[in-house]
Design a protein around this ligand. Structure first.
Ligand code: FE2
Length: 138
């Protein structure tokens, strides 16, 4: 099932919400593609989408940190730490996926789908939601 952005995921900053919607659309592209043909999808196609996700994640995290610096956001350091952890877990999971360390293709696809959902929710709900109401310039 595809991920759906919901108002309750809003951090109250339009630019960040729209970035999150874009992240969701890339993850959905992966989920949909991985499910086509009963999970038998060529690895190059999946790799393309996950590379796009890695690239967009880096851009998005940099954009958030830049915005936080501008308003001297108190959670900046904590957010940077979270971003570093999220980047590491994302890269590791993708490596394990392509390295064949998550089981057969059907199992691996299920595992990475579950991981990506959790990863996105961790980022938005646990980390970014703290920005809500705390991002006005001093
Ligand atoms: Fe974010």
């Amino acid at each position: 099932m595809s991920l759906v952005w919901h108002e309750s995921m809003s951090v109250g900053i339009e630019e960040i919400d729209s970035d999150h919607q874009h992240l969701i659309s890339i993850i959905n592209e992966f989920i949909t593609t991985a499910k086509e043909n009963s999970g038998v999808v060529d690895q190059a196609t999946l790799k393309n989408i996950l590379d796009k996700l890695k690239k967009y994640t880096a851009e998005h995290f940099a954009r958030e940190e830049e915005m936080q610096k501008k308003v001297q956001y108190l959670g900046l350091e904590d957010n940077q730490r979270q971003h570093a952890i999220l980047t590491k877990t994302l890269y590791e999971f993708i490596d394990n996926f392509f390295g064949g360390r998550l089981g057969n293709q059907a199992e691996a696809t299920d595992k990475i789908n579950a991981f990506l959902r959790r990863w996105l929710v961790d980022h938005i709900v646990k980390t970014d939601m703290k920005m809500r109401g705390n991002m006005s310039a001093p």
